[in-house]
Design a protein around this ligand. Structure first.
Ligand code: SF4
Length: 220
C-alpha cells in the first residue's frame, strides 16, 4: 500500500495530454452543481488496499462525475448504477457513490480507469490512451496485482490489453485468462447502455459474482 500515496501524489500533477488538460480544466459546471468547486485534475483511483483482488476499470472519469468529485466512479449516473450492483453483491457498504466524503467503503476491489482525465465526449484519442496506460495504468496493475479484472466497456478493455500486451476481442459477459488473471468484460454502466437495457443490473451483478468467485472475494 506504500506505493499508493506516492502514486496519487504524482498522478494528480500530470499534464502529459494537452488536449485533456485543457478540457478537464475548462468544463463548465452544470447548473445543479454550480455551488461546487470541480476537481479538474487527473482523477484518483481508490479501493480496498492492500486487500483488493478485483480491479474494476472504466474508460475515463466523467466531466461532471470524477472530474467534479475527485474520485473515480463518483457523482454521475454510471457510478450510481455500478454501486447499486456492488452493494447488491456486498462489495460496497452503500448503494451509491456521490462524493469523497460520502462514507462509502468498498472491500476486495480497486476502482480505476485506463485514462485518468475526463475526455471531451467521453472519447480519448488512441494516443491519449497509450500515454495514460504507459504512464499510470500499467503501474497500477503491477502494484495492485489483482486476481481478476472487470473491464467496463470495450475501450477500457483495449487499455487493459495494451497494459498487459495481449490480443483478444471484446465480448460482453465473457472473460479471458492471462497469466493467472481472469479478465471479465462488461458493457459500461453508462445511461446509454443501462437506460436501453443493453446492460441490465442482473448482468452486471452476475459478472461481479463470477469475478468474486474466481478472485476469492467471499460473499457477505
Ligand atoms: Fe496524464 Fe493520463 Fe491525464 Fe494524460 S490522461 S494528462 S497521461 S493523467
Amino acid at each position: 500500500m506504500d506505493w499508493y500515496g506516492d502514486f496519487i501524489n504524482r498522478l494528480i500533477t500530470c499534464r502529459a495530454c494537452s488536449r485533456l488538460v485543457g478540457y478537464r480544466e475548462s468544463v463548465k459546471p452544470l447548473p445543479k452543481f454550480s455551488n461546487e468547486v470541480y476537481w479538474r485534475k487527473p482523477v484518483p483511483s481508490w479501493g480496498d488496499l492492500p486487500n483488493a483482488k478485483i480491479m474494476i476499470a472504466g474508460l475515463a472519469p466523467a466531466a461532471h462525475g470524477g472530474n467534479r468529485t475527485g474520485r473515480m466512479f463518483t457523482g454521475d449516473d454510471s457510478a450510481q448504477f455500478l454501486f447499486r450492483a456492488l452493494y447488491e453483491v456486498g462489495l460496497a457498504n452503500k448503494s451509491y457513490s456521490v462524493s469523497m466524503d460520502d462514507d462509502v467503503v468498498v472491500r476486495c476491489i480497486y476502482i480505476t480507469s485506463v485514462v485518468k482525465c475526463a475526455p471531451p465526449n467521453n472519447k480519448p484519442s488512441g494516443e491519449e490512451i497509450h500515454t495514460c496506460v504507459n504512464n499510470w495504468f500499467r503501474y497500477e496493475l503491477e502494484h495492485v496485482r489483482p486476481r481478476a479484472i472487470i473491464a467496463l466497456g470495450h475501450i477500457a478493455f483495449e487499455g487493459i490489453k495494451l497494459a498487459l500486451g495481449i490480443r483478444a476481442g471484446f465480448r460482453h459477459g465473457d472473460y479471458i485468462d492471462f497469466n493467472g488473471v481472469r479478465i471479465f468484460m462488461s458493457y459500461h454502466p453508462s445511461p446509454r447502455n443501462t437506460n436501453t437495457g443493453r446492460l441490465r443490473m442482473e448482468d452486471l451483478v452476475r459478472i461481479l459474482r463470477m469475478a468474486m468467485e474466481y478472485a476469492g472475494c467471499a460473499s457477505t
